[in-house]
Design a protein around this ligand. Structure first.
Ligand code: ADP
Length: 696
């Protein structure tokens, strides 16, 4: 006996009944058993007597059914295979012995040899009363259901009760025969030599059915390719397969029982799965049913898949449609909102009373209705035109409109919003004054200038009227005021005789107030002239150092009132082109302010220095300085720092405004530095006269 090495599991080389030279082999085995202790596994399992028994029976012969697959069979190579063969292998391992396999031509032959003790054991047989007369049986080591096999044409399911009067094949000598004969004598049994014969007879219709083991029937049908059979139902019997041991060897039966008891459920499971499950699953008996149900299932699945596909497509379409609808209504709403907003801004744009223009690349890109009305042309006539087209060649100050407009646009694009007055030309060549503001902005990466043009013709007219009114009124006031001041001067000077001290004091107050009024009127007249542009400068060469000395001496008496001393510091020999009286007016204002705000006994420093092409004249005092919050308004009209101190010092709040206008009229600039508690320095810069360059 050997173990097969093909990996298919336990198998046994078998010995044909007639070719076994068993005499010498048995002797050798006995010798070996005496000399060599058998596998230790058995030592744990068996008692000494049992081992002794085994040792004294070295040749235990098993007679398998040669053709009872997958329960047991002998393959073409003469190897013992099947469920029983695997159990035999396991027993060999557990007991530490080897069985002898005796191959007989049929199961009937096996039964006969068992009765005559020419074999000692069955590997797998059902314990029937007949067999129990000459064999002991162990507990069944596995069981398989008996099924009723019929032609595939028989549609209904059947039990043994339904087979009354029918011809039913059973393998001769198999357990089913004995059981059916006992329980169902009404069935006409047709014993056949083997399972395959019975199946063929059912297939050909010579018997109505066969009762056989499902696993065995499946095996044969697969092998033979019979396709017109089906399992109609279970017989209700199970083939319980046990080891059979000759009746006169109860010791061996006990030993086998013991060994069987050590077989684990996992080992049993492995064997059964190897031989039965697969065979059962691969059953061709059910192939048609299987295929019909398989194909029906597939068809059903296909239909379901198509239905699902349609449904999911419809759902997708519905979803997409809903999403599109939502998207569409959102877009529609956004468009409406945009239209609404566009409409609103267009209305605002067009209903503005000022002319609004968009300038792009130096030309008009768009304008509102007011602009078109203001210039007496259509919107289309504006688009593409440059601003200077709607301006006279020169502005009132004599500057070139084109150049000046370019400079303003460049300034705006450089980031400084521009606000200026401009003389425009309508399409019919009439002119009008406008106040223009320019603001640059970027839209979609493109720079635009937003120009707002306000027609100030009316404002200008009113301003002119006001100026004329002020001028007239001032002159009308000034003349009698001058006469009053002159008369008061004469009276206080004693021309009309001596006056009492009290009268002199009252007249002095009247004189001073008349002077203040005259000063105010003068300031107003100056202001009006400067604003209306009616002031006429009479420039001449002024030698600066000498001029400053004259200014100091002219103002010293005023300084004396505050016990303040004017001091001239460095002054370069520089000539400026200026209106002497106006420049003196500037110095008067700065020197009087410095004296007014100096501490008593203080000093005011006057100096001049050249700064490039300009000369800077400074008047520096050591007074209280100018409060922070007032600094931005120092040059505004009618403004004074809000302190009682300032009020007490008098003044109109017009002096610095007039001073700045005069300096700017001369092409210069004015500014100041101030530190609280330290003092203030007011300065102005004027261009140096061209003659200086010639002399230098
Ligand atoms: P006013 O005729 O009132 O002097 P100005 O225009 O000359 O008008 O001056 C305006 C105001 O500026 C003054 O009232 C004063 O508050 C402030 N101010 C001018 N010069 C000085 C100075 N040197 N020191 C301090 N404050 C000065």
């Amino acid at each position: 006996m050997t173990t097969d090495t093909n990996g298919a599991g336990a198998s046994h080389r078998t010995t044909a009944l007639l070719d076994a030279p068993r005499g010498w082999l048995a002797g050798l085995s006995l010798l070996l058993l005496l000399v060599v202790p058998i596998g230790h596994a058995a030592d744990d399992l068996l008692t000494a007597e049992e081992r002794l028994w085994l040792n004294s029976h070295p040749d235990i012969r098993i007679g398998p059914d040669p053709d009872f697959p997958p329960i047991e069979y002998v393959d073409d190579e003469g190897v013992y295979r099947g469920i029983a063969a695997d159990y035999v292998s396991l027993l060999e391992k557990k007991l530490g012995i080897e069985f002898q396999i005796i191959v007989l031509p049929s199961w009937d032959a096996v039964l006969a040899q068992a009765q005559s003790h020419d074999i000692d054991m069955f590997g797998a047989a059902a314990a029937t009363p007949q067999r129990e007369q000459y064999m002991n049986f162990t507990a069944p080591h596995f069981e398989l259901p008996g099924v009723i096999i019929v032609s595939a044409e028989v549609g209904q399911n059947l039990s043994l009760n339904d087979l009354r009067g029918m011809k039913v094949a059973v393998a001769s000598g198999y357990v089913w025969q004995e059981l059916i004969e006992r329980d169902h004598p009404e069935i006409v049994l047709e014993p056949v030599p083997d399972v395959l014969t019975g199946l063929k007879r059912v297939s050909f219709g010579t018997v109505d059915a066969m009762v056989a083991n499902l696993a065995i029937a499946t095996h044969y049908i697969e092998k033979s390719g019979i396709t017109n059979l089906r399992v109609a139902g279970e017989s209700g019997y199970f083939g319980r397969y046990a080891f059979g041991v000759r009746k006169d060897w109860p010791e061996l039966n006990a030993i086998i029982e013991k060994a069987l008891a050590t077989i684990t459920p996992a080992e049993r499971d492995t064997i059964l799965k190897k031989w039965v499950t697969l065979g059962g699953k691969k059953s061709v008996l059910e192939s048609r049913t299987f295929w019909i149900s398989f194909l029906s299932s597939m068809a059903l699945l296909s239909v379901l898949a198509i239905l699902w596909w349609n449904w999911s497509l419809r759902r997708q379409v519905d979803r997409r449609t809903a999403a599109l609808r939502k998207e569409y209504s959102q877009r529609k709403r956004a468009e409406q909102a945009y239209d609404h907003s566009e409409q609103r801004y267009r209305t605002l744009f067009n209903s503005a009373s000022d002319g609004v223009f968009m300038l792009r690349n130096g030309v008009f890109d768009d304008c509102n209705d007011a602009a078109a009305i203001m210039f007496g042309c259509s919107r289309e006539q504006f688009i593409g035109q440059s601003p200077s087209y709607y301006s006279p060649p020169c502005q009132p100050d004599g500057s070139d409109s084109h150049e000046k407009a370019d400079a303003l646009i460049v300034g705006c694009l450089d980031g400084t919003p521009q606000l200026f007055e401009w003389q425009h030309r309508r399409l019919d060549d009439t002119l009008f004054d406008a106040e223009v503001s320019l603001n640059a902005h970027t839209e979609y990466g493109q720079e635009y200038i937003l120009a707002i043009v306000r027609d100030i013709t009316e404002r200008k007219r009113v301003e002119r009227l006001k100026d004329e009114f002020i001028s007239t009124v001032s002159h009308e006031i000034r003349t009698p005021l001058t006469a009053i001041r002159g008369s008061l001067g004469l009276v206080t000077g004693g021309v009309t005789g001596s006056l009492s001290e009290k009268t002199t004091e009252i007249l002095n107050i009247a004189y001073k107030n008349t002077e203040r009024l005259l000063l105010l009127v003068d300031d107003l007249l100056n202001l009006q002239k400067l604003e209306s542009g009616t002031i006429h400068l009479e420039p001449r060469q002024i030698e600066l150092a000498a001029f400053l000395e004259q200014a100091i001496s002219a103002n010293q008496s005023y300084g004396d009132q505050y016990r303040v001393k004017y001091q001239l510091g460095s002054a370069p020999a520089i000539t400026v082109m200026a209106d002497y009286d106006r420049l003196m007016q500037v110095m008067n204002n700065l020197l009087s302010n410095a004296a007014k705000f100096s501490p008593e006994g203080g000093r005011v420093d006057v100096s001049a220095e050249q700064r490039g092409s300009m000369v800077r004249v400074s008047v520096e005092d050591h007074g209280p300085g100018i409060p922070h919050q007032f600094r931005p308004q120092v040059f505004d009209r009618f403004t004074q720092a809000n302190s009682s101190d300032t009020r007490q010092r008098g003044g109109t709040g017009l002096g610095l405004n007039i001073t700045r206008s005069i300096i700017e009229l001369h092409g210069g600039s004015i500014g100041f530095h101030t530190t609280l508690g330290v003092g203030s320095e007011f300065y102005f810069e004027l261009p140096i006269a061209a003659t200086n360059n010639k002399t230098v």
